[in-house]
Write a protein that binds this ligand. Sequence first.
Ligand code: ATP
Ligand SMILES: Nc1nc2c(ncn2[C@@H]2O[C@H](COP(=O)(O)O)[C@@H](O)[C@H]2O)c(=O)[nH]1
Length: 199
Amino acid sequence: MKVLPKLIVFSAPSGAGKTTLVRHLLTQEDLNLAFSISAASREARDGEVHGKDYYFLGTHEFKNRIRANDFLEFEEVYKDQFYGTLIEEVERLWAQGKHVIFDIDVVGGLRLKKKFPNRTLAIFVKPPSINELQIRLKKRKTETAEKIAMRVAKASTEMATAPQFDVIIENDNLDAAKLKAFQTVHEFINKEVSDDEEE
Ligand SMILES: Nc1ncnc2c1ncn2[C@@H]1O[C@H](COP(=O)(O)OP(=O)(O)OP(=O)(O)O)[C@@H](O)[C@H]1O
Ligand SMILES: Nc1nc2c(ncn2[C@@H]2O[C@H](COP(=O)(O)O)[C@@H](O)[C@H]2O)c(=O)[nH]1
């Protein structure tokens, strides 16, 4: 058996800290990770860059790509807001010999785990409380009050999916969460796994 390129999935309710942990791991060169840039139908936020943070497709183009079967998985994560993993993106990164790290919602994360059960490590990032999500999102200042409410409203359903993930990382103390994330991912990428029967 050889060490195959793997999928490292971070999922959680909005504001739990997925992006923060994923960005930290991407700075750790010995993990040999590359970020799967998702497609999104929403507009870029201030400072977000097309082709770095997301491929910002707009809704029309996103739906065309759904019809063309271009996605490994996609989801209407919030009303009229579509996000998805393009097949060509993952193939591009695997061709570079990288393990691919994903920052995606819980439904998409579990879908990838089902498609590649052996090669995927599905991590759920658990916030200290739902109230803390609201506090963090408010401080982040990227969403309107209405959008924060929409995201927080979904959080308890998302929290209920945690037992379906391979690992739960509590993100209360950020340094402790970063360390646990590093150790967990390091161990998984060095593990030999058998190839998956791709569906
Ligand atoms: N342990 C922590 N303690 C306090 N604040 C934190 C902690 N971890 C992350 N944050 C902050 O909380 C905010 C939300 O984190 P982040 O953007 O990483 O969440 P996310 O899960 O990726 O959210 P989304 O799904 O909306 O993209 C950020 O401003 C981040 O700096
Ligand atoms: N199922 C998928 N979910 C994704 C993907 N890319 C991002 N996301 C998730 O969407 C929400 C909102 O993200 P934001 O950038 O608008 O805050 C968050 O939970 C992301 O993890 C994807 O390709 N597929």
